[in-house]
Ligand binder design. Structure first.
Ligand code: NDP
Length: 310
């Protein structure tokens, strides 16, 4: 039997330890701050941990994150550096995120916003479509999520360009990597989907310069983190007519304040960080599956790297 600590600074249901015990009856779960003997904790299940708490768990063997993005751990200067952080990755999270991106991409491709406006005027008028082959989708970040999206786009006939930090060889797409090929990736993308982690290198990566590189009439989808996009530059690129639209699932800050101009922009769709949202029951089930898999295999997969920053 291993002992788990559930550690987060967010409000979570008090019955979560009992729910985890039901999923993993061979283990014990305690909810921070009522952890009992800190040295007896083997693993943590965590998200946005209060800084300094995890380092106090001296015998921690691994941390299981509730989320795929792990910047809330990396920003803690006291994070125990030798303890692996396992990101929340599952078939369901891949499908959920890719489903959201596909919904936005197909909405743009089928001009659904245009037809919705026509409907309001009761106008029955066809606009000739572009073929998928004429619409390149650039995916910034071809990790777990970006690679999954690429695989789902190809059967539709969209050319896909992927951009990563290290060289990749994802079948069927144009694989680019590194800062030197960023411009090429942006120039190719009629649609640009951001699935990057937030790091010093990727912060504000989608700025006026990046938008100007995109072909006219382009569409931007940000599913990474709000700070990837310079909001004022996005608004300017939309207002000038250079970009046709944008969907932002993530903003800075979150929640987006009511007075923020992003809310009211007619070419921007805002969703409240729900692209990867799953019912709590599913999140816990995925977490339990990951824990069981890691403990059985003795291997921790999809781990974040503190030095790399994601
Ligand atoms: P991964 O770590 O698997 O993939 C990240 C990708 O970004 C990798 O391809 C990596 O390159 C690339 N990358 C990182 N830094 C750079 C850089 N400086 N230049 C070029 N490429 C870079 O993460 P996931 O796919 O699991 O998740 C991606 C992000 O999606 C998360 O960090 C999070 O921010 C966001 N997310 C948002 C959710 C939402 O609800 N909106 C839900 C879940 C995640 P390389 O392959 O070479 O390492």
């Amino acid at each position: 039997m291993a002992r788990f600590a559930i550690v987060t600074s967010e409000e979570i249901p008090k019955q979560m330890p009992a729910a985890f015990r039901a999923l993993l009856p061979e283990h014990d779960f305690a909810l921070y701050p009522d952890l009992g003997a800190a040295d007896a904790i083997d693993y943590a299940v965590a998200w946005k941990p209060p800084p300094g708490v995890l380092v106090g768990l001296k015998n921690l063997k691994a941390i299981f994150s509730f989320a795929a993005g792990v910047e809330s751990f990396l920003s803690d200067p006291h994070m125990p550096r030798a303890v692996p952080i396992v990101r929340a990755v599952s078939d369901v999270s891949r499908a959920t995120m890719s489903g959201y991106a596909m919904a936005q991409i197909l909405r743009y491709h089928h001009k659904l916003d245009h037809y919705q406006r026509q409907q309001a005027e009761r106008v029955w008028k066809k606009t000739m479509p572009r073929e998928p082959a004429e619409t390149t989708v650039t995916i910034l970040g071809t990790g777990v999520l970006g690679a999954d999206l690429a695989g789902r786009l190809l059967p539709f006939g969209f050319p896909v360009v992927g951009w990563s930090r290290n060289p990749k060889n994802i079948a069927g797409i144009r694989n680019l990597h590194g800062p030197a090929s960023f411009d090429e990736a942006m120039k190719a993308g009629n649609i640009v989907v951001c699935l990057l982690p937030l790091t010093p290198q990727t912060k504000a990566i989608l700025d006026a310069r990046a938008f100007a590189l995109m072909p006219a009439g382009g569409f931007v989808i940000n599913m990474g983190r709000g700070m990837h996009v310079v909001a004022a530059d996005l608004i300017a690129a939309l207002d000038s007519g250079h970009l046709a639209g944008a969907t932002l699932d993530v903003t800075e800050p979150e929640p987006l304040p009511p007075a923020d101009p992003l809310w009211r922009h007619p070419k921007i769709t805002i969703t409240p960080h729900i692209a990867g949202l799953m019912p709590p029951r599913r999140i816990m089930q995925n977490m339990a599956d990951t824990v069981r898999h890691c403990l059985k295999s003795g291997k921790f997969e999809h781990t974040a790297d503190l030095d790399r920053g994601y």
